[in-house]
Design a protein around this ligand. Structure first.
Ligand code: ADP
Length: 592
């Protein structure tokens, strides 16, 4: 049996091995695909996170850049403001008003005094130069150094119209100037002259702190006029100042990518706001590298988490798949085994049935001599009774003849009963367990073994008992009792005293916990059991092997049969000599 099981196992092991040899390629491909999908998903998640984080950071950067731009614009405005105030205050100065009043022929002393005043004011305020001009542009007084009012004509014009004029230009030395032109009003004549205050823009820029961002101010002709980055000054705004530039609008913000020298970052946020007070546009380039780094960091963290989670999911799935495969294989093996076991069970049942039948036939073989004697005897008797009946009829004695016929009928009935029992016994069929009368079972067994018993000169002690109903199979129980009787007769072959005692009664093992049991005991006066521990083993016999008697199966079959009825059978030697066999069987319910 173990060999039978080992063989399919080793075949299965080979199949599994073969499957495993084929596994890596497909599994490797599957894992590669899973890894690619994972990497792709992680990439998409990382890029998505980067885009979102970049946009969010961009909003904040725009806010900061806006504040910076406002601050820078204020700085420029505040730097120019004092010169503006100065021009307005000087326009009301009596000396200047006198000079403008006497413009056609100013006294030399007045002109010099005015020039002195202007110089003193310029020195104190740090303005580049000042001058007083007439409506036609004629210079009436000026600081030591002064340039002709080039490029300021529109500003003077504006002053002559009664408003504060302003202008910016590059002077002959290539310096950037900002100029305020304040009108000088004469009583009843309106604006007749103007005081011009020139500012050197470089001196204003010098006062600015070093900012991490580039800020610049472009005029109407798109020229960068003021900036905290010298390389940008006087460059054309937009494309001219920033070559190789690409402009994008991301989430409503201008993002410029470019190469514009070491002091301009490669990727910037560009913002601008008009600055009407100086007639320029303020613009700022905010370095986006920290923003990009922050977004990349966030994207990296999210991607790492996604990667870890994805790897966990992939591994868990892989593990589940492995477990599932193992489980499927196991289930298949269990099913296969179950099938094998069921087949074995069927084979076992058939073998048992065959064995029981063999046991019965063996018992019949043993009994055949006795049976033929048992049938022969009544046959002989029938013959002599019928001859006698004939004689009585010839002698006109019908009463005696009738009696003989009665005897014949009795004997025929007895023979019929024996034959019926034998046929039932020899038939191979699986009778169901039912209520069986133990007394009838013993009677039938005795009917079939009577030949053997009386042939051996054994005296039988047997008293049938009423209501001895047990659960069992009638023929199988007969087989057990026949076997016990036959063994007892065999064991007494050499005994001077030959007695068999068969008794029925309630079993002492019956109690509240055990089912109600009935007991059949069979005792002989034979040699006793040679080895009580071995006698229920199959093929154990002390009789001549090969004869009809000694197959060594009777007791082992009996043991199996009684067990199948939930009963028990045991045997022992008794003190006064001989063996006793005891069978306990559950009592039928209907009689309890
Ligand atoms: P078999 O009758 O073919 O030998 P059994 O299984 O019926 O096979 O009996 C096994 C053995 O048990 C017998 O050979 C005998 O040694 C012993 N045995 C059985 N019944 C008795 C008995 N009543 N007295 C003595 N020995 C017995």
């Amino acid at each position: 049996m173990s060999q039978d099981q080992n063989h399919p196992q080793s075949t299965k092991a080979q199949v599994t091995q073969a499957a495993q040899i084929g596994l890596p390629q497909s599994a490797l491909r599957r894992r590669l695909i899973e890894a690619l999908i994972l990497v792709f998903c992680v990439g998409v998640i990382g890029l998505g996170t980067y885009a979102l984080a970049f946009r969010a950071e961009l909003d904040q950067a725009a806010e900061r850049a806006g504040a910076d731009l406002a601050l820078s614009s204020d700085r420029l405005r505040a730097g120019l403001e004092r010169y503006r105030e100065l021009s307005v205050i000087l326009a009301d100065h009596p000396i200047i008003m006198d000079l403008v009043t006497a413009r056609a022929a100013p006294p030399a002393g007045l002109q010099a005094a005015t020039s002195q005043l202007l110089q003193a004011m310029a020195d104190q305020t740090g303005s580049h130069s000042m001058m007083v001009v007439t409506r036609s542009g004629q210079v009436l007084a000026a600081t030591d150094r002064f340039a002709a009012p080039k490029g300021v004509t529109p500003a003077i014009q504006r002053a002559m119209n009664g408003a504060l004029g302003s202008a910016h230009f590059v002077d002959d030395q290539g310096q950037r100037r900002f100029v305020y032109a304040a009108p000088v009003f004469l009583k009843g004549a309106g604006a007749q002259g103007a005081i011009l205050v020139h500012v050197d823009l470089e001196t204003i820029e010098w006062g600015w702190p070093v900012d991490p961002f580039a800020v610049y101010f472009t005029d109407a002709s798109d020229v960068i006029f003021v900036s905290n980055r010298t390389e940008l000054i006087l460059a054309g705004g937009g494309d001219k100042a920033f070559p190789a530039q690409s402009k994008q609008v991301i989430a409503g913000h201008d993002v410029w990518t470019m190469t514009a020298g070491p002091y301009i970052p490669p990727r910037v946020l560009h913002i601008e706001r008009p600055l009407p007070i100086v007639d320029m546009t303020a613009e700022l380039l905010f370095d986006l590298r920290p923003v990009m780094n922050l977004a990349a960091l966030q994207a990296g963290i999210v991607a790492a988490i996604a990667l870890a989670f994805g790897a966990f999911v992939v591994l868990a799935t892989e593990r589940r798949r492995t477990l599932f495969d193992a489980n499927t294989r196991l289930e298949a093996r269990v099913a296969e085994r179950t099938q094998d076991l069921e087949q074995l069970n069927r084979d076992l049942k058939r073998a048992q049935a065959d064995l029981v039948q063999a046991g019965k036939l063996s018992a019949l073989g043993e009994m055949s001599a006795g049976i033929s004697h048992e049938l022969n005897q009544p046959l002989m008797a029938i013959r002599s009774y019928s001859e006698n009946a004939q004689l009585f009829l010839e002698r006109q004695n019908p009463d005696k003849a009738a009696k003989n016929l009665d005897h014949i009928a009795d004997l025929a009935r007895r023979m019929g009963r024996i034959i019926k029992n034998l046929r039932a016994f020899a038939r191979q069929e699986n009778e169901a367990i039912s209520d069986v009368d133990l007394s009838a079972v013993v009677d039938a067994a005795l009917d079939m073994t009577m030949g053997k018993i009386s042939g051996a000169g054994v005296t039988l002690h047997w008293q049938p008992e009423p209501n001895m109903m047990v659960r069992g199979g009638e023929v199988r129980l007969q087989q057990v009792v026949i076997n016990l009787i036959s063994n007892a007769v065999d064991a007494m072959a050499q005994s001077p005293e030959k007695h068999i005692f068969i008794a029925l009664g309630a079993s002492p093992v019956s109690g509240p916990d055990t089912p109600d049991m009935l007991r059949l005991s069979l005792r002989d006066t034979g040699s006793g059991i040679a080895d009580p521990d071995k006698m229920f083993e199959p093929f154990y016999t002390t009789k001549d092997v090969g004869t009809a008697q000694g197959m060594g199966l009777g007791l082992s079959i009996s043991y199996g049969l009684i067990q199948s009825f939930s009963g028990s059978i045991r045997g022992r030697n008794i003190s006064q000599g001989g063996a006793e066999f005891i069978i306990d069987l559950p009592r039928a319910k209907t009689h309890t």
